[in-house]
Design a protein around this ligand. Structure first.
Ligand code: KIV
Length: 275
């Protein structure tokens, strides 16, 4: 394993408070997802501010069509191995579907498990005003909470589609109310997913806490992508908000094919690769 080294000038630990200060001075926040130790370590070495152990693990790691099936135990496992590889970034873990929706007590109990067993520093919950009492309860217990509005994937069966949200006045007004409700409930940041850019910018101005956009335009205080999407590892679909920074899936397939050819032909292992 390579030695840990941050490439950013400042290697100071990122906290919920430093994110707030970043918004205050107009410094954009970087965030990406991770599901394992190595990815967490690489993102941290690259100076990414926030590492989210997303329930997108259901799709990127488990190959499911939605995020709803991943369990709390599985999320705790992923979160624990990611946190183990990270020194500087703030590590946030998703509370999965049905681990906090029943009532605030259950939400608090499960948020507590995530903090104690996985050693992450914050949890993320989806939803607006309706989930605010649960967020308040978790925050009051000393656990930082990140909110998530717009296209909330745990509600995909209600939406029926992954299309852009809040294009109607009613739903846009709901986002405006929800972002304020989350801040009032104590959330330290809010993810805004797949909403019009103008609304993303407006919602970001309505609150002091930072917004982290994914398909919510350049007016958000930070940006997040699913790492497997931006690396070209997960290619089942390609939403227009995903910028591909690499084609790792293709590179890996090619490497596996070359290895197979070398073994079949007897070219690998060579004398140099033998004892
Ligand atoms: O699960 C996830 O990866 C997320 C991001 C898309 C924000 O919630």
């Amino acid at each position: 394993m390579t030695e840990k080294k941050n490439t950013l000038p400042s290697s100071r630990k990122v906290t919920t408070q430093s994110l707030l200060r970043m918004k205050g001075r107009g410094e954009r926040i970087t965030a990406l997802t991770a599901y394992d130790y190595l990815m967490g370590e690489l993102l941290d070495q690259a100076g990414i501010d926030v590492i989210l152990v997303g329930d997108s693990a259901a799709m990127t790691i488990q190959g499911r069509h939605t995020t709803v099936s991943v369990t709390l135990e599985q999320m705790i496992y992923h979160a624990e191995v990611v946190a183990h590889g990270v020194e500087r970034a703030l590590v946030v873990a998703d509370l999965p579907f049905m681990s906090y929706q029943v009532n605030p007590d259950e939400g608090l109990r499960n948020a507590g498990r995530m903090i104690k067993e996985a050693h992450v520093e914050a949890v993320k919950l989806e939803g607006g005003e309706k989930i605010a009492p649960t967020i308040r309860r978790i925050v009051d217990a000393g656990i930082p909470v990140m909110g998530h509005l717009g296209l909330t994937p745990q509600s995909i069966h209600k939406f029926g589609t992954y299309q852009v949200r809040a294009t109607s006045k009613g739903e846009a007004d709901e986002i405006r109310r929800d972002v304020v409700a989350l801040q009032e409930a104590g959330a330290f940041a809010v993810v805004l997913e797949k909403i019009p850019a103008e609304l993303g910018a407006e919602a970001s101005k309505l609150v002091d806490v930072p917004t982290i956009g994914i398909g919510a335009g350049a007016g958000c205080d930070g940006q997040i992508l699913v790492t497997h999407d931006m690396l070209g590892l997960y290619t089942k679909f390609h939403p227009r908000f995903v910028r591909r920074y690499a084609q790792l899936g293709e590179m890996m397939r090619e490497a596996f094919e070359r290895y197979a050819q070398d073994v079949k032909s007897g070219d690998f292992p060579s004398e140099d690769e033998s004892y």
